[in-house]
Write a protein that binds this ligand. Structure first.
Ligand code: GLU
Length: 416
């Protein structure tokens, strides 16, 4: 379980938005809970011949605006309460960028580093079989998250299709291109983070060119965000992965680091022309832009007072705790919240799903262009709401997201 109560945090964020919207208590109660939460326990025959039982979840938060959508996380800290918080954030995220989905999330409590590729495949196929009573291309569509990738999504598509008796590419997104994936999906979240960074820099009158950027996490989100920031002329001075951070005030050669060290034993620590730092030190570095792109609850009341960035763009889900949010706001640090900043992934997942349903595929330029347009429009909407209510960006984004969802929920009414 996460040490920090992320579900409590997600619910408090909802309550703040509900106050601005003057929502009825009963409606807030509905939105504070998941519509459906499935817990499964299932066996996997390990390479050693031993049988291990794994626990997994699929939580669907709200489906008023469409089928539920959200990633599958394979991580030792996954539990039902964290998964519920992540599903809630997916609901607001889809609403903020105005795509026709509700939110869901799933996961398996597992350390994938301890599994062979064969064990990972067996675990994935059995897990999707266990949750396929709630998953479907018209009802709930999984995608990658921490610990899962395109290969895993391919196995999911195949397993679901084998049981359906025909190929169902639209049941999962983030698939390999060969299996109905979309151009641009792998880079989409990091690309969306940088579109938001560009917009935020304009809003703050801060040039991105030459800006000192620090990125926590060098996975799918952080590595793309760092590379695109470098391409925009920013100076990425520190990055980190599970092994810790590396820092060079003159800038790191991000593209080279990505090509040579990501995914290899020892990771970015193999690079020499830098100072080795911890993940904690990294967050407190003197810089202009901080992009937390690892996991939740990284910026806390302990380190928030020491954060020197002028702008924080949340690539991860829930990286800033409630207490830290307040401290950052008091310090005048702008935080582009997760439900806006990292929405690029689910936006291109939506494009992938649309392409799969139509069996008609787009070019990468078209995907990137449409993604950027959606992100810019969502950013502008949130910035406007922020000025209107004289509040921080997270509250503004929550007001927009919660309003769209509550409007749809009310219009649909209560069945029966
Ligand atoms: N796991 C990603 C997220 O947190 C993507 C979800 C999706 O594409 O459905 O936004």
């Amino acid at each position: 379980m996460s040490e920090y109560d992320v579900l409590g945090m997600a619910r408090q964020q909802l309550r703040v938005a509900a106050r601005y919207l003057d929502l009825d208590d009963g409606l807030v109660e509905v939105l504070a809970r998941p519509k459906r939460a499935v817990t499964v326990n299932f066996p996997v025959l390990m390479d050693s011949g031993e049988v291990r039982v794994f626990e997994g979840y699929r939580v669907q938060h709200n489906q008023s605006r469409g089928p539920t959508k959200g990633g599958l996380r394979f991580h030792p800290d996954v539990d039902v309460s964290e998964t519920t918080a992540l599903a809630m954030w997916m609901t607001w995220k889809c609403a903020v960028v105005n795509i026709p989905y509700g939110g869901a999330k799933g996961g398996v409590k597992v350390n994938t580093k301890e599994l062979s590729i064969r064990e990972l495949e067996k675990l994935t196929r059995r897990f999707i079989t266990e949750i396929n009573i709630v998953v479907g291309e018209r009802s709930d569509i999984p995608a990658p998250d921490i610990g899962t990738n395109a290969k895993v999504m391919g196995w999911i598509m195949d397993t679901y299709s084998m049981q359906a008796g025909y190929t169902v590419p639209g049941v999962v997104t983030g698939k390999p291109l060969e299996l109905g994936g979309s151009e641009g999906r792998v880079e989409a979240t990091g690309r969306g983070v940088i579109v938001c960074t560009i917009e935020a820099c304009k809003m703050m009158n801060m040039p991105l060119e030459g800006a000192r950027v620090v990125v926590q996490g060098f996975g799918n989100v952080g590595s793309v965000a760092a590379r695109l920031a470098e391409r925009e002329g920013a100076k990425v001075i520190a990055i980190s992965d599970g092994t810790g951070g590396i820092y060079n005030p003159n800038g790191l050669p991000i593209n080279d680091l990505y090509i040579k060290y990501s995914g290899v034993e020892g990771g970015i620590q193999n690079y020499q022309d830098c100072t080795k730092i911890t993940n904690k030190e990294l967050l407190e570095l003197e810089c202009d832009i901080l992009i937390p792109a690892a996991i939740q609850a990284q910026i806390t009341k302990e380190n928030a007072p020491n954060i020197k960035a002028k702008l924080i763009v949340e690539g991860a889900n829930g990286p800033t705790t409630l207490e830290a949010d307040q401290i950052l706001a008091d310090k005048g640090i702008i935080v582009v919240p997760d439900i806006l900043a990292n929405a690029g992934g689910v936006v291109v997942s939506y494009f992938e799903w649309v392409q799969d349903l139509q069996n008609f595929f787009w070019e990468e330029e078209q995907v990137n262009d449409r993604l950027a347009r959606i992100m810019r429009a969502a950013y502008a909407g949130v910035a406007e709401m922020m000025h209107l209510h004289k509040t921080d960006m997270r509250t503004a984004a929550m007001i927009i997201g919660v309003k769209r969802v509550s409007d749809a929920t009310l219009m649909r009414g209560i069945f029966p």
